[in-house]
Ligand binder design. Structure first.
Ligand SMILES: O=c1ccn([C@@H]2O[C@H](COP(=O)(O)OP(=O)(O)O[C@H]3O[C@@H](CO)[C@H](O)[C@H]3O)[C@@H](O)[C@H]2O)c(=O)[nH]1
Ligand SMILES: [Mn+2]
Length: 369
């Protein structure tokens, strides 16, 4: 492992959650992209997860406080449990979630840059994620004026007052201008499509609704939902890739629904600069494209017993149901369920004190009292 820091010019006044949030970056390249993020990221600690060849030197611009882990570090720290961390896939980023000691995580890809809002102002994506995480979510009843906690908005007429305190927000899912997060078939038929639409909204994903979580621009409360944010077995030696974040998002959402936690999507935007190769992507994700026709009905019908009061208990119960119901789809899911158990074991080994995911005050299935 490598620690880095050096004198920096000017450090802005203490930014929100400065000592309570880690920025996790999976990478196979030099991190020059940080130069553009410097005004927003410099005060925060970075956890860099270097994928691929551990002998390659990753250059980090001066002035950032960081720890860097390569595959040798992961193997040394986790021993045999390192088998649950993907190799040669951005899924490796979840090692950063596990090794962090902070309450919050923001993860971003190294080809994501600072976007501008319609007024031309640079977007501090981290600041918006923090706002999303620190304000409640409303999964039990949809507010038609979007985020009721946003300045200048509120709950609209007819919104039950018994539900207006909302629930703790576990995840903040940001979006992307320029290169959208499309699957390979869509990329192939629409190679020139760019997302130019800036929608000024943050929505709570309703209880009982799944969504395609993208890991490119994502933040979460690690103490509340961290153990559920396992990005699965992808990349080298695996029959599938580019479903790391999707798998995590489906597992996370059913657990959030069970524990009465909220998930938001929308602002902030980042500028996604590089389209990955659609043919390479097709080879990685094609099994997922047909498997998900069976995975989604599974997740839509998952129920977790009331004894599952922590994220770990929920996750282990989920792994049993995956083995029972998806093991027959492909043997990969049997391997994945074993890795899910290993992930929780490794998480608890590295985080013995934090009893993550202590059940939030559950509302009676979200019905108005
Ligand atoms: O083997 C690898 C490849 C890449 N990385 C790092 O992961 C991110 C994403 O890489 P990239 O931008 O090249 O790929 P995208 O297709 O745009 O990734 C998005 O699709 C999903 C695929 O799982 C993912 O959620 C999104 O990130 C960069 O930081 C690379 O450096 C890697 O670690 N290992
Ligand atoms: Mn990318």
């Amino acid at each position: 492992m490598e620690n880095g820091s050096s004198s920096s010019s000017s450090v802005p006044s203490t930014p929100l959650l400065k000592d309570e949030l880690d920025i996790v970056i999976p990478t196979i390249r030099n991190l020059d992209f940080l130069e553009m993020w410097r005004p927003f990221f410099q005060p925060y600690h970075l956890i860099i997860v270097q994928d691929g060849d551990p002998s390659k030197i990753i250059r980090v611009p001066d002035g950032f406080d960081y720890e860097l882990y390569n595959r040798n570090d992961i193997n040394r720290i986790l021993g045999s449990k390192a088998s649950c961390i993907s190799f040669k896939d951005s899924a490796c980023r979840c090692f950063g979630y596990m090794i962090s000691k902070k309450k919050y995580i923001f993860t971003i890809d190294d080809d994501c840059f600072v976007a501008k809002d319609p007024s031309g102002k640079e977007i501090n994506a981290l600041e918006q994620h923090i706002k999303n995480l620190l304000s409640p979510s409303t999964p039990f009843f949809f507010n038609t004026l979007y985020d009721p906690y946003h300045e200048g908005a509120d709950f609209v007429r007819g919104y039950p007052f018994s539900l207006r305190e909302g629930v703790p927000t576990a995840v903040s899912h940001g979006l992307w201008l320029n290169i959208p997060d499309y699957d390979a078939p869509t990329q192939l038929v629409k190679p020139l499509e760019r997302n130019t639409r800036y929608v000024d909204a943050v929505l709570t994903v309703p209880k009982g609704t799944l969504f395609p979580m993208c890991g490119m621009n994502l933040a979460f409360n690690r103490e509340v939902i961290g153990p559920a944010m396992y990005f699965g077995l992808m990349g080298d030696g695996q029959p599938i890739g580019r479903y790391d974040d999707m798998w995590a998002g489906w597992c996370m959402k059913v657990i959030c629904d069970h524990l009465g936690l909220g998930v938001k999507t929308g602002l902030p935007y980042i500028w996604h600069s590089k389209a990955s190769n659609p043919f390479v992507n097709l080879k990685k994700e094609y099994k997922g494209i047909y498997w998900q026709e069976e995975l989604i009905p599974f997740f839509q019908t998952v129920t977790l017993p009331k004894e599952c009061t922590t994220v770990q208990k929920c996750y282990l119960e989920l792994s049993k149901q995956v083995k029972a119901k998806l093991g027959k789809v492909d043997d990969y899911f049997n391997k994945l369920t074993d890795a899910m158990v290993t992930w929780i074991e490794a998480w608890d080994e590295l985080n013995p004190s934090v009893n993550a995911g202590t059940a939030a005050a559950r509302k009676p299935n979200g019905a108005a009292k």
